[in-house]
Ligand binder design. Sequence first.
Ligand code: UD1
Length: 428
Amino acid sequence: MDKYIINGGNYLNGSIKISGAKNAAVAILPAVLLCDETCRIENIPCISDVNLIINILKSIGSSIKVINKNTLEINCKNVGSYTLSSAQTSGMRASSYFIGALLGRFNRARVAPPGGCDFGVRPIDQHIKGFEALGARVIYDNAMVDAKATELVGSSIYLDKVSVGATINIMLAAVKAKGLTIIENAAKEPHVVDLATFLNSMGADIMGAGTNVIKIRGVDYLHSSTYSIIPDQIEAGTYMAAVAAAGGNVVIENVIPKHLESIISKLTEAGVTIEEYEESVRVVSDKKLVATNLLTMPHPGFPTDMQPQMTTLLALADGVSIVNEGVWDNRFRYINQLILMGADITVDGKTAIVKGVKHFNSAPVCATDLRAGAALVIAALATEGVSEISNIHYIERGYEDIIEKLKNVGADIKRIYVPDPNKVDIAL
Ligand code: UD1
């Protein structure tokens, strides 16, 4: 029920340090299940999606030592269960990675279907196609995905659709399978590469991650590793879009500029100045934005997870932009919230026609998912007056310390406690 209150209109100046990548962390943490020795994972973002993964690991017997808020030592030697109920998995999409990781460990996984942001239908048929190709029998039993194999044996798998989740899940199941697995038409996202690098640091034999053909030669044993997760490309892009929309001069620190190429290109086309350094980028904006068209695609295309943030700033640009969503069927639900703030956007299926307006009006708005929530924060930062954003639990699934990071660059933002009207607070 808590809300963000943003008194917008301030220029943003200073620096923001980017945290570890959410989508890498939620794959790397389940991957530790494939190893019986202690792994030390650093640069883990402190966000609620990661907490859900950690709780799942603990619930099945992993021992987890907190070194600091971003570093954990995890030992999965005593994990004895391959079953996860919907109470454990329904909070997030990435809980599906436990199917691949548990199957890889036990040759068996009974996992309730994943939850996560609602962008329309989110099938896992390509994940299952991969598990079956490795020799598992996969059935739906009592609303659980039940995958079972006598032995996992490497195989060639062509993904009918480029899928981050299927690529990661098949990699997890195949890393200790017998022989060679080849994933063709694999996803190339930085977090796919980060998972492969982590698994290789434990002794796996994975080649080609980051291209569309990944070759995994199964190994018998994975050993302990100390590993630092890559910076979050989408968190970086979100703050870059915030500076672009609100105006200002901010250095975004701890990034891999190569991962930001498509975002940098599109922001530059929209009139924003970006300087690239080795591990940071400087974003300079005078708020004079110009329209540009956008099509989201798998990496290295423009990421769908930056579409709401980019659409928001295009709604303040001079001219008409056409935004095409090329990954998800229904990722424009947040547009109605932007319209409440005065945006002029028409949605037709997977296309949004964005007619730039001079400014938004402050308003109470409601996050409809994680990146939609981030987009509303950007809209409010760019808007004179006080805006209220509710449903912020979505935003906190993916952004570590968002309030502090934005306050440090001059934003007037606070989080307020709102009592739940359905709960009676009894003062004793
Ligand atoms: C991941 C990201 C999510 C991002 C998405 C696309 C994580 C935890 N989440 O989600 O933030 O928006 O990549 O970059 O990393 N599809 C199928 N069958 C399948 C799997 C996917 O048809 O078995 C389709 C989906 O419906 C979608 C497309 O493939 O249209 C891409 O989905 P996928 O890459 O799998 O997304 P996720 O891994 O769920």
